[in-house]
Design a protein around this ligand. Structure first.
Ligand SMILES: Cc1ncc(COP(=O)(O)O)c(C=O)c1O
Length: 367
């Protein structure tokens, strides 16, 4: 029988990770971040798992992602927060689908109020220099928020957020201090938000001072570590994503023969290659070959040569590897599978990017 080619997401692991994170950050709450297709895990299934685990809040990048969750049946008992908006965003969509926008400017706040969005959060920049109003814009933003609060309109400012750079503990605490200035500035305008949130995975674990009312946690909920020097297991987390492929064919090569585009790898001795049908079009980096190993049965074998658009090669030597056998690219190291971090290290990036990049072309099953 042919092995499954695609991503298997372990729902129980998502639920267990949520419980672990929720317990760790309590009494702060958790906003479960499911942007970027749930970090590659499938946004809807991941959201359902977190909601079943007790999540009352979901976080996404933009309104499109939030609306997609509503359309998939994530019901209105669950709050959805979206923080990145197009310059011409029509906030009536937020009101219609009950997605709470975090607004970053006076213009966005005014547009949300005009659209009669019932609840907004304000997003301030405290050092990331991404979205969020910068400190020189706070006075006008907070004064506008105060006017809206006093004006008796439909829109209520419920929350204040910022996002950390994770540069160092000292930098995070500097950002936390800036965040407190923002809270004080808002309070001076008569607005005291009920839901104040700053930390994401890394700071919610390593800088507890930044937890505030809720931590917006993504990576850790998927069972991955945001730290280079601490593994998932060290944090009590279970990687939920397992990527497998079926061996499509095996190809004999002779000593000295080059393999795949550009012959970046040549066989040192006569050997056999297993070919699988995943490549860079599916999000597996072209440069991974030569730097990662995969699991077949109980053994590890190297990926060799350049990863192609839809395929890659594995040097299986004289092992008894047959068409249809299962190849595990990564999964939970606690089960003996390669770690996603091996793929990240291979190309000088982080687990976040490797998970999020696995394309929508790859089938996902949640079990
Ligand atoms: C604004 C915001 N909050 C929270 C998160 C979740 O971060 P993490 O996956 O590190 O928990 C992200 C992800 O980058 C984000 O952009």
């Amino acid at each position: 029988m042919n092995a499954f080619t695609g991503i298997t997401v372990d729902r129980e692991a998502l639920i267990a990770n949520y419980a672990t994170v929720a317990e760790r950050v309590a009494p702060s709450g958790v906003i479960a971040v499911v942007k970027a297709n749930g970090y590659g895990h499938g946004a809807v299934d991941a959201a359902r798992a977190f909601v079943d685990a007790g999540a009352e809040w979901l976080g996404v990048a933009d309104l499109d992602e939030g609306i997609a969750l509503r359309q998939a049946g994530i019901d209105e008992g669950v709050r959805i927060l979206a923080w990145l908006h197009a310059p011409d965003e029509d906030f009536r969509r937020a009101a219609r689908y009950d997605v709470t926008p975090a607004v970053s400017s006076v213009d966005q706040l005014a547009a949300a109020a005009d659209a009669e969005v019932p609840v907004v959060h304000l997003c301030v920049d405290t050092g990331l220099s991404r979205n969020g109003a910068v400190e020189s814009e706070w006075a006008e933003l907070f004064a506008t928020a105060g006017r809206i609060a006093r004006g008796g309109g439909r829109t209520r400012v419920e929350g204040l957020m910022s996002h950390l750079s994770n540069a160092s503990r000292a930098d995070d605490l500097d950002q936390d201090a800036a965040f407190q200035r923002a809270l004080d500035g808002l309070a001076a305008n008569g607005v005291v938000p009920e839901v104040v949130h700053l930390a994401a995975s890394a700071a919610s674990i390593a800088v507890p001072e930044t937890r505030r009312d809720a931590a917006r946690v993504g990576l850790a909920l998927y069972g991955l570590s945001p730290f280079a020097d601490r593994s998932s297991a060290d944090l009590g987390l279970r990687p939920a994503m397992r990527v497998t492929a079926s061996v499509l064919r095996t190809v004999p090569v002779r000593a000295g023969e080059g393999v795949s585009y550009g012959y970046t790898w040549r066989a040192e001795h006569d050997t056999r290659l297993a070919v699988i049908g995943l490549g860079y079009a599916d999000g597996f980096d072209r440069a991974s070959g030569g730097h990662v190993t995969v699991r077949i049965g109980d053994r590890r074998f190297p990926v060799v040569g350049r990863v192609a658009m839809n395929a890659m090669h594995i040097d299986v030597g004289d092992a008894d590897v047959q068409v249809g056998d299962e190849v595990v690219l990564w999964g939970d190291p606690a089960d003996g599978d390669p770690a996603i971090e091996e793929w990240a290290d291979a190309i000088g990036t982080i687990n976040y990017e490797v998970a999020a990049r696995v394309g929508r072309s790859v089938e996902r099953r949640t079990t």
